[in-house]
Design a binder for this molecule. Structure first.
Ligand code: MEV
Length: 311
């Protein structure tokens, strides 16, 4: 049996802006999706998806998941009509929007195929194959999610003809809370909406994009100096820009405000927005617990995890 895994992720700064080449900061989180691949006594391929998930997530993503697996198989040059396989997905990453669930599963499947068929894929190749799989979920992804899912750790990512992927050093891992609105979001639609409005309001969007670029550079410095207050402040600023490009929603804004009120150093939506998850910067177990409890008290699911964990 072949086995592989891919990390979940949290974007600390500049989702959406990253699609247009604005620098962004992403971290893998501690939770991952694991894929198992084994020969199957039947035709083609089948999947058994045992991942924990936000209600409705798996059903809503079913077609995209099928398309994605077809793409991953093709990119890895595995022909299931000759080698029928069963793919099992499991692991502790809760499949929900904004947490990199699709990218984590693409990376896990690519690695499990490599293991099962002796492909000896490098991380670079796994990342490329996972990117192909991601295209079934959101058309023209920037590649930030599959990069975090493949390499882990904290990453400076700039999309380009050749993507810039640099590891950011951090003194020690930092606790965060991710709050889940419970709403399954459509990343492709969110990205398309930004594209349309950017064309319609070029001046307004130019300003927001310039501001996003400045924030990314300041945030990288704050991480490297381990100035978490400054990083939190910049995340708050980033949330304002994300509101400006209209990818937040009232549930995300509510959770962001709630986290700040309970002491988070900063909070923002994370991922595609319009539902899905938010992130709060909560260094130390005590602050993390306080913010997590406040969100849970309002009836939302939370994830207590860390950024900057060495992998
Ligand atoms: C989704 O996790 C991040 C987006 O910026 C889309 C992308 O970068 O492909 C919204």
């Amino acid at each position: 049996m072949g086995k592989g895994s891919g990390f979940g992720k949290v974007i600390l700064l500049n989702e959406h802006f990253v699609v247009y080449g604005v620098p962004s900061i992403v971290s893998a989180i501690e939770q991952a999706t694991v894929a198992l691949v084994e020969p199957f006594d039947g035709r083609g391929w089948i999947i058994e998806d045992r991942r924990p998930a936000t209600p409705g997530y798996k059903e809503e993503k079913l077609d995209q998941q099928r398309g994605s697996i077809e793409r991953v198989l093709k990119a890895a040059k595995i022909d299931p009509s000759r080698n029928p396989i069963k793919i099992v997905l499991e692991g502790d990453l809760v499949a929900s929007s904004g947490i990199g669930a699709s990218a984590a599963s693409c990376v896990a499947i690519a690695r499990a195929l490599s293991d099962e068929f002796g492909l000896d894929l490098s991380d670079e190749r796994v990342n490329e194959i996972a990117y192909e799989g991601e295209r079934a979920y959101h058309g023209t992804p920037s590649g930030i999610d599959n990069t975090a899912a493949t390499y882990g750790g904290l990453i400076w990512f700039v999309r380009g003809t050749l993507n810039v992927i640099e590891r950011i050093r951090i003194r020690k891992p930092v606790e965060i809370v991710m709050g889940n609105t419970g709403m399954v979001a459509d990343t492709a639609a969110a990205v398309a909406g930004v594209r349309e409005r950017r064309e319609r309001y070029p001046e307004k969007y130019d300003k927001l994009f310039k501001a996003a670029e400045g924030l990314a550079r300041d945030a990288r410095r704050a991480v490297e100096d381990f100035d978490l207050r400054e990083l939190g402040r910049l995340m708050d600023e980033n949330h304002k820009l994300l509101q400006g490009i209209e990818v937040s929603c009232k549930e995300l804004d509510f959770l962001v405000e709630l986290a700040r009120k309970h002491g988070a150093l900063g909070a923002k939506l994370t991922g595609g927005g319009l539902g899905g998850n938010m992130v709060a910067l909560t260094p130390g177990k005590e602050l993390q617990e306080r913010v997590a409890k406040a969100i849970e008290k309002e009836g939302f699911e939370v994830l207590r995890t860390r950024i900057g964990v060495k992998t």
